[in-house]
Every structure is written in structure tokens, then in C-alpha cells.
Design a protein around this ligand. Structure first.
Ligand SMILES: [Zn+2]
Length: 386
């Protein structure tokens, strides 16, 4: 089944062409709001620690209120891009029935300082999603107070997650979903139950698009987090953008966010989700963080007069260059041994190569693999792939 058949929507018509990667800056968002979308109903709801504007858009005049916020972690921009695609769709005239029933409140960027510096935390180095109780960051104050003003019927907390999560079938997780818990016993209260049922509808759509690449985020109570606290009074859904092979800028994942959120809007309007069974939420596999970015299999290690064969797992972290706004990958060796049960985005069979390098774990990778002619075929120096 193709995407158009699932929701009858041609996404390409609504994709905002000005956002093309994950490292857009705050002035791009500002320009979109102040120029391209200036006619819409934006409201400044507060300021970041470095006094950047935090803005919210209201679309629709319906009775049911939905609040969505993105980029609470500044280096998690995928859903922000999807929000501008959703705004295009909602403005297109194709969605009058949604706007008749819903009042949708979008906060595209709740942590604009983090966006500007591509950091998880805000300018005070506070993780806003651990600031719900003590409210020492202006951004957490804004989000908490706007929720008490709007009193939404549903809330969506939009994030990005590590690319190393995989499903129980060892596949990379494209999207993970969670109805956050409201206490340490993971009680399924009325609002969590509603969120779970809505997630079942979202999962149906996503399974059509990325079968077996959908997972449940880890189910733990975090007393300091927004989702866990909002859930106490408002059905709240966490959507985490993951990663799929060949989509490092997460532009396809952005599209999946679009479909996931439209599915939720439709399910809320037609109440179809209420028929869903919570058991189908619990059947979505939990994810685990066990993948590698690169796996070198069958590496022959020779040390003194001893030799043995192992697999090596290499993962990268992304280093942000503030001037060029580009991301550089720094690889570290994270595991050595029999890694046959773990998947990787790239697998290099090293049985024909000569290994030379360091086996120091969690240090920048220093590895070279040479062929029978002593030529270097793969090389990492100071963690950088050469
Ligand atoms: Zn996050």
C-alpha cells in the first residue's frame, strides 16, 4: 500500500522546502513565522534564557484542544520540520473537517537557544525535560504555564532519539511511541489509557509505512519530566523520531511524523481510537539500545605470538561545528567479541583484512584494515573515518 492510499494525502504538496536538514538555525524559523506564515495566528508566549522568542500558533476553532510542542531538546529538530508541513496541510483547505472540530496549538520550538547551538540543553545547561518540578529555566515555565492556560484535551511531546535503538527483531527504530506513566507503578489511569488507545491508531498507520520499525519507548516514570506530569491531567503522547538506514537527515522520519500526527488528529475527530484495545499498545515491542553504526566482523587480531578473531562495534557521536552548522562524526570502539546477535547500519567483513590499531574501548577509534597488498582499505584516525 502506498502512502497516498493510507491517508489520501500527497505529502509532497505540503512539505516545507526551506527546511532541508537537521541543522537549520533559529533565524530560519523566525523568518518562516515572520514572513512566510505571518498571516497566521501566532502568539509570543515567552522568551528563552537568551531572550529568543518562543511562539505558538493556533489553528482551528474546534472544541477539542490539542497542544503540540517540539525541540524541547535543541538538537532534536525532526518534528519541528514536520510541524511546518502540518501547518501547510491544515491551511490547504483539505482539512476543513479537522479545523471544525479541533483547536490545534503548535509550539514549533520550545528551546530556541538549544536550537541555535544544536545542544540538547538550554543556555543555562539545564535539560528542560528535567525541570518540571523546580522550574529554573524560562522555557520550562513557559510550557507549564501555557498548558494551564489552554487546558488541552491532548498533548504531544515531540523529540528525536538516538539512532542506536533497535526493535526486538534487531531492526532500527524509525519512530518510537510512549504514553508516559504518571507514577512509579506505571498505573494505567484514565488519561494514560486514552493516550495508549490513540497510539494504537498511530501505530496502525506507521506499520503500513515502516513495518517492524516502530517501537515503544522505555516505560519508566520520570518525576521531573513534562510528559509524565502532563499525563496526570491530559492524555499525553511522546513521539520520538528515530533513524532508518540512508536517512541521516531524518527527512523521511519527518514525513512519518506528519502522517502519525494527522492520524492522531483524524482519530480524535472521529473518536475511532476509543475502540482500540490497550493490549495492542502493550504489544508494540519495547526498544533496546543495542545496534552499532558500523560492525567489523571477523577481525584477526595479532598481539605478540597470540592471535584471535573478534567482531568490533563502532558508534559515532555527532560533533556540531557552530560556524558551518555541520555535523562531524566521531567514532569510538564500543564493543569487542562475538557481536553476531547485534545489528549494524554497515557491516564490514574483515576476514580478508589485516587489522592494525587500538582496542581501547570508548576512546576515539584508531583502526586501519589493510588488504593482502598492504593497502589501507578502511581507516579511522582520532575517531574520524579517513
Ligand atoms: Zn528529547
Amino acid at each position: 500500500m502506498n502512502k497516498e492510499q493510507i491517508l489520501g494525502i500527497n505529502y509532497a504538496l505540503y512539505k516545507n522546502p526551506k527546511i532541508t536538514n537537521r541543522t537549520f538555525n533559529f533565524s530560519l524559523i523566525n523568518d518562516l513565522i515572520e514572513k512566510d506564515y505571518v498571516e497566521l495566528n501566532w502568539q509570543t508566549i515567552g522568551y528563552s534564557f537568551e531572550t529568543r522568542l518562543i511562539r505558538m500558533l493556533k489553528i482551528g476553532e474546534g472544541k477539542t484542544k490539542i497542544l503540540l510542542w517540539s525541540q524541547m531538546h535543541g538538537d532534536e529538530p525532526t518534528a519541528t520540520a514536520a510541524i511546518f508541513d502540518l501547518i501547510n496541510y491544515l491551511q490547504s483547505g483539505e482539512s476543513q473537517y479537522l479545523l471544525k472540530h479541533l483547536s490545534i496549538y503548535f509550539i514549533p520550538v520550545i528551546n530556541p537557544d538549544g536550537l541555535e547551538n544544536f545542544t540538547r540543553r538550554n543556555a543555562q545547561q539545564i535539560d528542560i525535560n528535567r525541570d518540571y518540578l523546580v522550574l529554573q529555566s524560562p522555557e520550562a515555565n513557559v510550557l507549564k504555564s501555557i498548558k494551564s492556560v489552554i487546558k488541552p484535551d491532548f498533548a504531544f511531546n515531540l523529540h528525536d532519539q538516538s539512532s542506536l535503538y533497535c526493535t526486538s527483531q534487531n531492526k532500527p527504530v524509525g519512530i518510537s511511541l510512549l504514553a508516559p506513566a504518571t507514577d512509579i507503578h506505571l498505573t494505567i489511569n484514565w488519561s494514560r489509557k486514552k493516550a495508549m488507545k490513540l497510539i494504537v491508531s498511530i501505530n496502525y498507520t506507521l506499520q503500513e509505512l515502516i513495518p517492524n520499525h516502530v517501537a515503544r519507548f522505555k516505560d519508566e516514570y520520570e518525576a521531573r519530566a513534562f510528559g509524565d506530569n502532563f499525563q496526570k491531567t491530559t492524555p499525553t503522547i511522546l513521539i520520538e523520531s528515530g533513524n532508518l538506514s540512508g536517512d541521516e537527515e531524518r527527512q523521511f522520519i519527518r514525513e512519518l511524523n506528519f502522517y502519525a500526527i494527522i492520524t492522531a488528529f483524524e482519530a480524535i475527530v472521529d473518536s475511532g481510537y476509543q475502540e482500540n484495545d490497550v493490549i495492542n499498545y502493550l504489544m508494540i515491542p519495547l526498544q533496546s539500545q543495542e545496534m552499532f553504526h558500523i560492525k567489523l566482523t571477523n577481525c584477526k587480531i595479532e598481539t605478540g605470538d597470540k592471535s584471535y578473531t573478534v567482531d568490533l562495534g563502532l558508534n559515532y557521536t555527532e560533533i556540531f561545528d557552530t560556524t558551518s552548522r555541520t555535523l562531524k562524526k566521531c567514532f569510538t570502539l564500543t564493543n569487542v567479541g562475538d557481536l553476531s546477535t547485534q545489528n549494524a547500519y554497515v557491516v564490514i567483513d574483515s576476514s580478508e583484512f589485516l587489522f592494525n590499531g587500538s582496542l581501547m574501548l570508548n576512546h576515539p577509534a584508531e583502526i586501519e584494515l589493510r588488504n593482502e597488498h598492504a593497502q589501507i582499505v578502511f581507516e579511522w584516525k582520532y575517531g574520524l573515518r579517513i
